[in-house]
Design a protein around this ligand. Structure first.
Ligand code: CTP
Ligand code: CA
Length: 225
């Protein structure tokens, strides 16, 4: 039976999703960035929208375009991403932070293009705000908070640590073990760690299918609250 409740279980819910890389300015023409394509986050935003949620997507620079129905806020730096998330967090029932946020940003970006001079050159960096970690501390009991983790060693232990430290309900761990998973690809192999139950391993599949798996868990969590 296909009533609205089963087809659109997130009707009336608001979601906040982050996606893509951040660009940290070195000078007016250069930045520190990463290879995140944004595909995973955009797929999650689309799926949450399909399930009936009102979605705000805070996106770093990508080549992707979200559906008209999704409120997309384009940002560049980690600081801009934090500010956009900070102002939408309290209103959101569901928060999924899949962006690959820079951990460090240049301390003093130059106002003019830096000229080539000495053989050695050092850029001083400072830590960015941990968006998930900071906003997670004010999570309410009606919110579902999902973070991501990419690890190369002690994967489960590091991901478990992130789950607790960032006060998330779920951490989606991207496996580096399998080729075809992670940055730039159309597929992902994930393990989803949960605060309340055992970790679940998923097969290698398209990012669209992974987004469906994540959103299914989000729906179940919202319905359990
Ligand atoms: N994250 C964030 N803000 C940051 C860094 C990370 O919101 N400044 C979020 C990411 O979007 C992701 C989660 O935190 O959902 C984990 O990111 P990750 O880089 O794996 O964790 P870090 O805490 O940055 O730890 P490390 O890079 O040292 O493993
Ligand atoms: Ca990091």
């Amino acid at each position: 039976q296909h009533n609205t409740e089963t087809l659109k279980p997130l009707l009336g819910k608001k979601a906040l999703v982050t996606a893509g890389p951040t660009y940290e300015a070195i000078d007016p023409v250069r930045f520190i960035g990463n290879h995140s394509s944004g595909k995973m986050g955009y797929a999650i935003a689309e799926e949450l929208n399909n399930l009936g949620a009102k979605v705000t997507l805070v996106s770093g620079p990508t080549s992707l375009q979200a559906s008209e129905a999704i409120n997309t806020i384009g940002v560049k730096s980690a600081q801009q991403m934090f500010e956009a998330c900070d102002s939408h967090f309290d209103n959101a029932d569901i928060i999924v932070m899949s962006a690959a946020v820079a951990d460090y940003t240049p301390k003093e970006p130059a106002n003019e293009k830096i000229k080539k001079k000495a053989e050695d050159f050092t850029i001083e960096l400072k830590k960015t705000t941990d968006i998930l970690g900071t906003l997670g501390q004010r999570k309410s009991s009606s919110q579902t908070l999902v973070g991501f983790a990419l690890e190369t060693n002690n994967e489960l232990a590091h991901a478990q640590d992130k789950l607790e430290r960032k006060n998330a309900d779920f951490i989606v761990l991207n496996s580096m073990q399998d080729s075809g998973a992670g940055f730039g690809t159309d597929t992902n192999k994930v393990t989803i760690l949960s605060r309340k139950s055992a970790a679940k391993n998923y097969d290698l599949k398209s990012k669209l299918e992974v987004a469906k798996d994540i959103c299914k868990i989000v729906v179940e969590h919202q319905q359990s609250l």
